[in-house]
Structure formats: C-alpha cells, structure tokens
Design a protein around this ligand. Structure first.
Ligand code: BGC
Length: 369
C-alpha cells in the first residue's frame, strides 16, 4: 500500500512538473556542431541562462550537417517555440528560418550570421574583425615584423575557416589588414596560396577549411609541407581557430624540420587543449571570447524581445560604421550586438581562467607551474 502511495506521489509530482514546464515559454537552441568544443559549452550555457530566466529550453547540436539542424529547428517549432537561438551551419538553414518568421517566432542568429536571409532581425556575436586583427597582431609580435628586413624575410602560410561561415571572412580580413603591409614591403613571404583579402574567392577557397574540420586542415598542412613549403622553414601559420591550430601543429610536429622549433601558430576560442598547448610552448596564441557572457547576453536579448521591450544589452555594443558589415546578410543589415574578444598568449593565460571559463580541474591544470 505504502508503495502504491509513493508511486502515486511520484506520478503527481512528475505531472505537475511537466504541467509547469508546459506553461512556460519555450526557447529552442540550435548549435552547429560538437567537434569544435566551444559549441558544447555555448549550448549548455544558453540552456542554463534561459532556464534561470524562467523559460523552458532545449538544446540540440547539428553535427555540422544543415539537414540535421533543420530537423531539430523544425521540431522546436512543432513544440511551439516562441524564440530560437541559432548558430547555423550554412544557408540551407534559410527555409526553416522562413517558417519561423511566418509563425512570428523570434530568431536570434547566435555567433554566426544567417546569410542571404531577410527573415530575422537580430545577430549577437563578437567583434569578429577584431578577432582577426588580434590573430594578425600576435604573429606580428612573435615574428618581430616591425624589425624584419627584405634581405631576411619571414615566411608564413595561410589557413582560413569554413567558406560557408561569414565569420571566416572577417577573421581573415582582420588578420590580413595587419599582415599585408609586411607582405607588400617584402619582409613577410606567403608560402602557398595568397588571397590578399577574403574577396579573392578563388584563392580564399584554396586556404579555406570546409566545416572547420581539423582533419582537413591537417591534411592540407601535410600537403604544404611536402609541396610548397618543402624548401622553406616556416616562421608562422595563420590558423583561424584552436581546433585547426592543433591539427596544423600535429602535422608540423611530424616533420623533422620543426621538431625543435615550431612556427608561430595563432588560434581562437581559448579551448582547454589549446591553453595547455600554449602553456607548453607549442601553439602561440588564442583569442578568448567569453561565450558564457555571449550566452547570457543572447538570452537577455530573447527575454527582452519576448516581453516586447526595446533591447538593451549591457557589455555589448551595437555594430555601426564599418562594423555594421558584420550584420550584412547580403540581403539585409540586421541589428548586431558585438562583444569584445581578448588576445591570449603564454603571458596572460590567467585571463580566461579568472573569468571562470573552465571547470576547476581544467583551471588548475592551466595555472599549475
Ligand atoms: C566561431 C568560432 C569557431 C568556428 C568553428 C565560428 O563561427 O566564431 O568561435 O571556432 O566557428 O566552430
């Protein structure tokens, strides 16, 4: 009898819980992939931030497959989502974004712009041009390019992110705005394809990395080592994020030429594995983007929009002037909120640690002497 009462009690609690859940406004969170670690963190942080504000939230990761992500978004819509936070994979997302707009669902493009779409109004991200500038500056400093001469030029090879991700253009152009003047002066030589900017689509495509895939970057680096870079010793590799930086470093380490000294390799995302790599003197730099703050800001934006308020997002600036381009989908400029990225090298590894970016066990490994 007692058992039956307990079972009934559990059922009642479960029912009232699911009733309470049903009563809550639902936010669907669609993240692009898990092979780049940051998105796992982003998804979890977004869900937690939404629940903290009293929403029901669900997160799904699309495995870098737009068809899969579209099904996930469609399922959010079927469940009655009132807002969607979307980090998309490619323009294949546009059909479901159109469906969302038709249902008056608020869509916030999260970190990645939804290209060629006019069916949404808001984008929240980091200053992606500045991310690239910081990558370029870290190479400029490490190679002491200001003092380099044309008689002893430094050499670099270039990698870019996914050609389907508009961020990859901003990262690259930011970096090249720092590096091009040295290339023009002849003190920095590019080994392999050299798109001066991302607008040189033919050459950009040659250095781009489909879906930000580590194995593809590794393979391309191996090809360079046995091809264009065979008779030079590279001083630097422009790598657009940490996942690709580590893949590139793996290829470099297998080459006897780089066994004692690796080229300067840039990165982005302050991934734990890259923080250790920087600490160990392998990867040179990363760019810290506090995605916990981005997630909180995105949910605050969703909350204000759902309540019909005029958005005001502390810690973010609305992109204007030149930076307004970051919010240009190709068919429309959307309102774009930018957070600030920070360069991290061996000398300031504590910055993301102090920001609470890692769980305790990871933090202690980064800070251990
Ligand atoms: C993000 C980067 C990330 C890359 C690969 C970009 O859109 O801004 O932080 O490293 O995608 O996932």
């Amino acid at each position: 009898m007692k058992k039956l009462a307990l079972v009934l009690l559990i059922l009642a609690v479960a029912a009232s819980f699911s009733f309470a859940q049903r009563g809550k406004t639902f936010i669907g969170i669609a993240m692009p992939e898990t092979h780049v670690q940051r998105w796992v963190k982003d998804g979890n942080a977004l869900k937690a931030a939404a629940e903290k504000k009293g929403y029901r939230a669900e997160v799904q990761w699309g495995n870098a497959d737009q068809a899969q992500q579209n099904q996930q978004i469609q399922s959010f819509l079927n469940q009655g989502a009132k807002a969607l936070i979307v980090g998309n994979i490619n323009t294949g997302v546009n059909s479901v974004i159109r469906d969302a707009a038709r249902d008056n669902v608020i869509v916030i493009a999260y970190d990645r712009l939804i290209m060629n779409s006019s069916d949404f109004n808001y984008f929240i991200t980091f200053n992606n041009y500045k991310v690239g500038t910081l990558q370029g500056q870290s190479i400029e400093t490490a190679l002491n390019l200001k003092a380099a001469t044309a008689s002893a030029p430094k050499s670099i090879t270039l990698f870019a992110g996914s050609p389907t991700d508009d961020n990859a253009n901003f990262f690259f152009d930011g970096a090249m705005d720092v590096l091009n003047p040295y290339i023009d002066k002849g003190v920095l030589k590019v080994v392999g394809p050299y798109p001066r900017t991302s607008a040189d689509k033919a050459n950009f495509q040659r250095i781009a990395t489909e879906n930000w895939s580590g194995p593809i970057a590794k393979q391309r680096m191996e090809g360079l080592l046995s091809g264009d870079a065979r008779s030079v010793t590279l001083d630097a590799v422009l790598a657009p994020n940490d996942t690709l930086a580590r893949a590139i470093i793996e290829a470099l380490k297998a080459d006897a030429k780089y066994r004692t000294k690796l080229p300067t390799v840039s990165g982005q995302d302050a991934e734990f594995a890259s923080m250790l790599s920087i600490k160990n003197g392998e990867q040179y730099s990363t760019v810290f983007k506090d995605t916990n703050k981005l997630a909180e800001a995105a949910i605050l934006l969703a909350d204000q929009l759902l309540k019909g308020q005029t958005p005001a997002i502390p810690g973010a600036v609305v992109a204007s002037g030149e930076l307004a381009k970051i919010g240009n989908t190709g068919t429309k400029f959307v309102v774009t909120y930018l957070l600030d990225p920070i360069l991290v090298t061996k000398s300031n590894l504590q910055i993301p640690v102090r920001a609470g970016f890692y769980p305790a066990n990871e933090a202690s490994q980064i800070t251990a002497r």
